[in-house]
Design a protein around this ligand. Structure first.
Ligand code: AMP
Length: 143
């Protein structure tokens, strides 16, 4: 299944935060939205970085509560791994495994058009595998 199909099913909502927001604000947004990462962007289209719950937990463990007052730009990952709408779920899953991260922004013509999480990709792979198994069962039953 290609990423554009996954996005069509899950919706193209993209949650972003500005690099100047505080870590406390980012944590509150993650809690409010029930998600694990925010794309860091000034304008909602160009990617500056990504900040995930892991960055916040690790920063708190290393620096204590004062970490919450720092800016998102001080805790984000700036070198963002992305995918295109034409990539397959299998390719994106491989990229997540290779880079040990669970969120991949989707970029088309240099603009942010969505974000897929490991949950979205695993769900789509399961659907594919189950329909392949059904097709094989039907084939064997009809043979
Ligand atoms: P996650 O698994 O998404 O919670 O992220 C784990 C670590 O990888 C954190 O340091 C994130 O900032 C970073 N990260 C998450 N997504 C990406 C991405 N698409 N590209 C680069 N780093 C990422």
């Amino acid at each position: 299944m290609q990423v554009h199909t996954i996005l069509r099913e899950k919706g193209t909502d993209i949650h972003t935060i500005g690099p100047g927001a505080t870590i406390a604000e980012a944590a509150a947004r993650l809690r409010e939205l029930g998600i694990g990462a925010l794309v860091v962007s000034e304008d909602g289209a160009a990617i500056t970085g990504i900040i995930s719950e892991r960055d916040i937990v690790y920063g708190l463990a290393e620096q204590g509560a004062g970490f919450l007052d720092l800016a998102v730009r001080d805790a984000m990952t700036a070198d963002v791994v992305t995918c295109s709408p034409e990539d397959t779920g299998r390719v994106v899953l491989g990229r997540m495994t290779e880079h040990r991260m669970r969120h991949v922004p989707v970029v088309e013509a240099g603009r942010l058009v969505g974000l897929v999480s490991i949950g979205d990709v695993v769900k789509s792979r399961l659907q594919e595998i189950m329909s392949e198994a059904d097709a094989l069962r039907d084939y064997i039953a009809g043979a």
